[in-house]
Design a protein around this ligand. Structure first.
Ligand code: ATP
Ligand code: MG
Length: 465
């Protein structure tokens, strides 16, 4: 159940991360597009400024200004009306405009600008000032609707009109009215606009197509990897489920003959009382204890793959020194070799609350290792400090020892010391892992002290809460 939730969480987190990354990528691409667009606009604007400041264009503008002066003079001399000033000016600019457009187009043609750019030079105001501070307005239109040069601006969805500059031309002039001359000043204000009639998007998207394609491919690639990983994760989970089922079945099958054996031992025990002397009671007890142990061992096969958090302790209060003596006695009986196993337990009755089965598994693992790894003499030492209510169990051997650099790994799952002759010492590297889990589950600690060739000592510390 936990694993299922974890898997779901993992999948959800990966999908979320992928989506977030995609969103970030989208945002970055959008930013790049906007930046490119702004740069392109800026570039086209500076190209235009160059063209606008070129000699031929300057000349046309000079002509236009001269005409404005001419018209202002004619008006001041009362030869034409205000309206005529404007119509004449429009006529003049209409005659200059083809040349202006030609220059602009010629200029732009030199650069490959992917959009249609149009230019408008519009009249803002034309005002005459005399020396007394009086003003006479011939034309004044804040919105600058009167087109002097360029192409008319047709607003479309994508186009925008940008103000490039605001120009003011002033000129001091002299007018002759009724034989008298008056000085006055002409103020001629124009605005210059630039508009892009088609959008940049098509062009820029084409320019960015390489990056976009790569981004799409990467996205597909990452999605593929994610899909593949999730798929294999689910497959592995399925395999793990099958394994668990298998272990469940096999342990069940093994338990059946053992429970029959348990009943047989019980019967044998009853019989033993009738035939006093013929049966050795202590031998029956050993068989019984080992049978119970075997049953419990099978129960725990499932748990070997679980972490200590998942070991379910079945705590009971028992006499630790007596329990240790019994465990060592049972262990001695299981030995084929002639190995000297001694106990050094001075206390008589110290109670502890722990899981008897698990603690005996841990002690057996340590004793088993001591024998397996070349010892001729093993000792189990037990001590108790009443003040801290702490139990110390030390198992010391004179075997081959564990090199220093391996010591911090030996409690890891499947870890085996590679320097040892694997042919002589068979094992899975699970014994110490399991022992460590058991002691952790009891909130105790286990440590090792050893030097290569000089034996090993394991210390278990357990506290009574
Ligand atoms: P398993 O116990 O699963 O059958 P194992 O004995 O190889 O296999 P552990 O009991 O976990 O695995 O021990 C890990 C390693 O630590 C062993 O392979 C061995 O190299 C080393 N080791 C453990 N106890 C001793 C010891 N008393 N003396 C020397 N080396 C030891
Ligand atoms: Mg072992």
């Amino acid at each position: 159940m936990k694993l299922v939730n974890k898997t779901k969480l993992l999948i959800a987190a990966s999908v979320f991360t992928l989506l977030a990354l995609t969103a970030i990528q989208g945002y970055l691409i959008r930013n790049t597009y906007q930046l490119k667009r702004a740069t392109a606009q800026y570039e086209s604007q500076s190209i235009f400024t160059q063209i606008y400041n070129s000699e031929p264009v300057e000349y046309l503008l000079w002509e236009l200004r001269n005409d404005a002066i001419k018209q202002a003079q004619a008006y001041k001399n009362k030869q034409i009306s205000k309206e005529e000033v404007i119509t004449n000016l429009q006529q003049k600019s209409a005659s200059l405009n083809p040349y202006f457009l030609e220059e602009i187009n010629k200029g732009f043609a030199e650069y490959s600008i992917p959009v249609d750019i149009s230019i408008q030079k519009k009249l803002t105001s034309m005002i005459l000032h005399d020396t007394l501070g009086n003003t006479e307005t011939i034309y004044n239109e804040k919105d600058s609707t009167l087109l002097l040069l360029g192409t008319p601006y047709k607003p479309t969805e994508n186009s925008e009109q940008k103000l490039i500059n605001n120009a003011t031309f002033t000129k001091g002039l002299v007018a002759n009215i009724n034989g008298k001359s008056y000085t006055y000043m002409l103020e001629f204000k124009t605005k210059l606009f630039m508009s892009e009639s088609t959008g940049w998007s098509g062009y820029l998207i084409k320019q960015m197509s390489g990056v976009l394609l790569l981004a799409c491919l990467l996205f597909l690639f990452v999605t593929g990897i994610l899909f593949y990983s999730i798929n294999s994760l689910l497959k592995q989970k399925k395999l793990a489920d099958i394994k668990t089922d298998f272990i469940n079945n096999i342990t069940h099958e093994l338990k059946t003959p053992l429970s029959t054996l348990a009943i047989a031992i019980k019967n044998l025990n009853n019989e033993a009382s009738k035939y006093n002397g013929l049966f050795n009671n202590s031998v029956l007890e050993v068989i019984n204890r080992q049978n119970i142990r075997l049953q419990k061992l099978i129960d725990q096969v499932l748990n070997t793959s679980l972490g200590y958090e998942e070991i379910e302790l079945n705590e009971e209060i028992f006499n630790m020194p007596q329990f240790l003596k019994e465990t060592v006695d049972d262990f001695k009986l299981s030995l084929k070799e002639d190995i000297d196993i001694t106990t050094n337990i001075h206390k008589d009755a110290i109670l502890i609350s722990a899981d008897k089965f698990y603690i005996s598994t841990a002690i057996n693992n340590l004793l088993g290792n001591a024998v397996k790894y070349g010892s001729t003499s093993v000792s189990l030492h037990y001590d108790y400090t009443p003040k801290e209510r702490t139990h110390f169990i030390k198992i010391k051997d004179n075997g081959i020892g564990i090199p220093k650099k391996h010591q911090r790994f030996i409690f890891d799952k499947f870890y085996r010391v590679s320097e040892q002759d694997t042919h002589n010492y068979k094992g899975l590297g699970l014994g110490l892992f399991y022992t460590h889990q058991i002691i952790e589950a009891h909130k105790g600690s286990i440590s090792v002290s050893s030097t290569k060739g000089n034996g090993t000592e394991f210390t278990i510390i357990l506290s009574n809460q």
